[in-house]
Design a protein around this ligand. Structure first.
Ligand code: ATP
Ligand code: MN
Length: 471
């Protein structure tokens, strides 16, 4: 294996720093001077706090280049610093670097000059709105870097969870010909640019000979492979032309969709609960430093909330019981609840925070407000749907047992005015070797919002895409 230079995170973990020679590479977070001493906090994104490097300009050991270079070492500049890793007398850090060599790799001007623009992320704190306009630089801030580290751990944990349970990672198409499920407004795909016209002439039906869209969900395709490989999950992008300008909707987001054959709604709920609890436990274990930061700077009580999810069983409640409960408190709501209504954010908040005091799985929704593929209950009114609601956020997971009966599915599709010919391939799954199966979708960014406490979903994805926003 090619040796990599140690990251700052690894340097900070050294327990016996017996004057070890080290090289620190990264970007300057802060810099301050006291007489002959210059304190520079370097960060390379591997940790929250970074490493303190101290230059003693009066020391005879400091090489001649340092004094000349140090004037160029502004906030935001990149540099390579050599020195000795020594125990630190300062509180809050075990080690620091007694620096002797410095090479500025890339300057970051503090002020506008004739040939340069000032580095926009100077020391003062910036609003998240301001940072959203510069996704190319915001990863260098403490908050966004912490979000991205948590995002990474969660992504890794998601694969671990499913791989350990015999699920196969499935890549479903991003471009699709089927208007999946009416899950949301879609983006249409067209062969574009100046040459589109020529293509259009050659192929009047469009590039594919029919209309095509960006996928809103990989579910239908995942079902096909679940009915071949038994357990599959997708983890990929989904696109919805959401015009609602909310703090929990993106036009491009990532979704995790497990689909399991020989599964009923109860099994599916148990899987969803295990999954969320596993991920909360993982964040507590692996992201303690970043979590402490979110607790202190973003949302008080966050750690306790995540611990509660990791450690306590979820409440299960039918939609009908949920509405009965909500109706008892009608006065508390702007949107009055009634049987048949779609649950609003305020209702979800009430159910989780006031009624149950924790996550709630609501099941058996009216079929009129759910997708065509959900398994119908014998009452003729409800379907085997399940939404997992969590305090502070509301819906984090939506899922169901699927209708595996061919006649029932066709009837429902006709009732809804869907073109069964269009879904012929999907109906094949019920024509040949149909079995009970179920699945759900977890919005990856909703999960990250939940565990970091970040208020706006646009701040938990590297490059947010939302109506009117494409940086
Ligand atoms: P909502 O009612 O919150 O818009 P939905 O009912 O449209 O959600 P589903 O179609 O069930 O959502 O999608 C599964 C999951 O994907 C949701 O539980 C949520 O976590 C996530 N999700 C849905 N739409 C978006 C979006 N526009 N941006 C980010 N995540 C989303
Ligand atoms: Mn939606």
């Amino acid at each position: 294996m090619t040796p990599l230079f140690p990251l700052i995170k690894e340097l900070l973990a050294v327990t016996a720093p017996v004057s070890r020679e080290v090289v620190v590479r990264g970007w300057v977070r802060t810099r301050r001077a006291m007489k002959n001493l210059v304190f520079v906090e370097m960060n390379d994104g591997s940790t929250l706090s970074g490493i303190q490097c101290i230059f003693d300009l009066a020391s005879p050991g400091a090489d001649g280049g340092v004094t000349a270079e140090i004037g160029r070492l502004n906030t935001g500049a990149s540099a390579e610093i050599t020195g000795k890793l020594v125990p630190s007398p300062a509180a809050g850090q075990k080690v620091e670097v007694a620096a002797s060599g410095l090479r500025v790799l890339g300057e970051a001007p503090a002020e506008d000059g004739p040939a340069s623009r000032a580095y926009p992320l100077q020391k003062k704190r910036h609003s998240l709105e301001f940072l959203r306009e510069m996704p190319q630089l915001r990863g260098r801030t403490t908050t966004i870097a912490a979000v991205m580290r948590v995002r990474n751990r969660l992504a890794c944990g998601i694969h671990r969870f499913f791989q350990e349970r015999g699920y196969l990672y499935l890549h479903t198409p991003i471009i699709t010909g089927s208007d999946a499920e009416g899950a949301g407004a879609m983006f249409e795909v067209r062969a574009g640019g100046g040459r589109a016209e020529a293509g259009a002439e050659a192929n009047p039906g469009g590039f594919f000979g029919k209309r095509s869209f960006l996928s809103v969900s990989g579910q239908l395709e995942a079902e096909a492979y679940a009915l071949a490989l038994s357990r599959v999950y997708t983890f990929g992008p989904a696109f919805r032309a959401e015009n609602s300008n909310t703090a929990r909707h993106l036009a491009e987001f990532w979704m995790i969709e497990p689909e399991t054959a020989f599964f009923h709604l109860d099994d599916n709920m148990a899987l969803a609960e295990d999954f969320l609890r596993f991920l909360c436990a993982l964040v507590l274990e692996d992201c303690a430093e970043d979590l402490a930061f979110f607790e202190a700077r973003v949302e008080k009580g966050l750690t306790a909330a995540i611990r509660q999810v990791a450690e306590t069983a979820f409440t299960r409640m039918s939609y009908t019981d949920a509405v009965t409960e909500l109706e008892k408190h009608r006065g508390a709501f702007e949107f009055k609840p009634y049987w048949g209504c779609d649950l609003q954010s305020e209702h979800e908040k009430f159910l989780t925070e006031d009624a149950a005091g924790g996550p709630v799985i609501v099941t058996d929704y009216p079929r009129e407000i759910k997708a065509f593929y959900m398994k119908q209950n014998d009452d003729g009114k409800t379907v085997r749907a399940m939404d997992v609601l969590v305090p502070r956020l509301g819906e984090i997971i939506g899922g169901s047992e699927r209708e595996e009966n061919l006649a029932a599915l066709e009837t429902r599709m006709r009732e809804l005015g869907l073109d069964t010919g269009h879904y012929d391939w999907y109906l094949d799954l019920r024509r040949y070797g149909s079995v009970p199966h179920a699945g759900f979708g977890l919005g990856f960014e909703r999960l990250i919002q939940y565990v970091t406490g970040m208020a706006n979903i646009r701040d938990v994805i590297p490059y947010p895409r939302a109506a009117g926003q494409l940086y």
